[in-house]
Write a protein that binds this ligand. Structure first.
Ligand SMILES: Nc1nc2c(c(=O)[nH]1)N[C@H]1C(S)=C(S)[C@@H](COP(=O)(O)O)O[C@H]1N2
Ligand SMILES: [Mo]
Length: 366
């Protein structure tokens, strides 16, 4: 067993703050990721919050300020359960680092994407109880974990526009896969914003503030933004770059793993594809000759509008090096960008380029 209840073979990028992803093969063929395998992304120490004394404050541009206990949340609002994928905007950063170094950021592989069944209440219902006032445009989330990565150091936070915050899928969740939310995933209560980058799903939630402008928290105003390639990220300030919200179309090969030896003959190549807000995965093309020719993978239906979709291609592999490439199309007819180099940005977000792996296919046994 690893730390924080995780499996022993997690790829731990940092122990403190804890940042870890599962080996890609552990995600293969599993529509729901078990809690011990689910990636975890933290910008500060993991706080210990006592559920008995925990309070959620709701304030800002509301008719009535609220202060809710866990019991108030559970008893006062309809319970909802839904499967949703979380994906860090830094997922597959390693592919960008291979293009040009990105100092100070973890080289995540494609494992910073996982799916759980979340249980809680709709944020929309809590906002309705508070009543939104004229001018309410954004809903800001606050948490107690103080990040030294932020400039200046500050507790983690973020916001989503009112239109998303009042959509029924956005949860204040206390349950994950039918169990109490684990501490590292935000206990007692976290936000789950399906279809948006993981950064907006604020853990250890303690405050909801309704505002006219997006949160001025470092992780909303300055980080999680796509800067132009020539920008100096240390000089970037609030409002610079493109603020990330809805998740972009992505795809990863999960099994067999890049570089792994595989026997020749019949093989099944498997992976995930994920389209965020308002889109679904429409098609996955897979090539076993470096992109010269393509076959269409079998794509599983999603578990709902907010989850990744697993895919597989049954194929025959000839001995030698086999270059596998996978690329997804979404329901708007958009295709992922081909090259990581075109997507390179100073903080290393949004590597949604085609998935690539080289397999060492062994000759038949004599
Ligand atoms: N309070 C708090 N919430 C947070 C974070 C954090 O560091 N602190 N990290 C965010 C980021 S960037 C991601 S990708 C997700 C990761 O959620 P997980 O650790 O449950 O996988 O949590 C988000 N919520
Ligand atoms: Mo993230």
């Amino acid at each position: 067993m690893g730390t924080w209840g995780k499996r022993g073979d997690m790829l731990v990028h940092e122990h403190d703050p804890y940042n870890a992803e599962p080996p890609l093969g552990a995600l293969a063929g599993e529509p729901v990721t078990s809690a011990d395998t689910f990636y975890s992304r933290n910008h500060g120490p993991v706080p210990e919050v006592d559920p008995a004394t925990w309070r959620l404050r709701v304030d800002g541009l509301v008719e009535r300020e609220l202060e809710l206990t866990l019991e108030d949340l559970r008893a006062g609002f309809a319970e909802r359960t839904l499967p949703a994928t979380l994906q860090c905007a830094g997922n597959r950063r390693a592919g960008l680092v291979a293009v040009r170094d990105i100092p100070g950021e973890d080289p995540w592989r494609g494992g910073a994407t996982s799916t759980a069944t979340w249980t809680g209440v709709a944020l929309a219902d809590v906002l309705a109880a508070a009543g939104l006032r004229e001018g309410a445009e954004h809903v800001c989330f606050s948490a107690p974990d103080v990040s030294q990565v932020a400039d200046p150091p500050q507790p983690y936070g973020g916001s989503v526009p009112v239109a998303k915050a009042t959509s029924p899928e956005v949860l204040l969740a206390w349950g994950m896969n039918g169990e109490p939310l684990p501490r590292v995933h935000g206990a007692p209560v976290r936000v789950v914003v399906p279809g948006w980058i993981g950064a907006r799903s604020v853990k250890w939630l303690t405050g909801i503030t309704v505002t006219a402008e997006p949160s001025d928290n470092y992780f909303q105003a300055t980080a999680y933004r796509v800067l132009p390639p020539e920008a100096d990220p240390r000089a970037a300030g609030p409002g610079d770059g493109i603020s990330l919200g809805p998740a972009a179309l992505s795809c990863e090969l999960l099994d067999p793993a890049d570089g792994s030896p595989v026997p020749c003959g019949r093989a099944v190549l498997t992976g995930y594809a994920y389209a965020g807000q308002d889109r679904a995965v429409a098609r996955v093309d897979v090539s076993t000759d470096g992109g010269a020719t393509w076959a269409q993978a079998e794509v599983d239906a999603p578990d709902g509008p907010w989850t990744w979709q697993h895919w597989r291609l049954r194929t025959d592999l000839a001995p030698g090096d086999v270059d596998v490439v996978a690329r997804a199309w979404d329901s708007t007819g958009a295709l992922q960008p081909e090259h990581a180099a075109d997507l390179w940005n100073p903080k290393g977000y949004g590597n949604t380029s085609w998935a690539r792996a080289r397999l060492a296919v062994a000759p038949p046994a004599p």
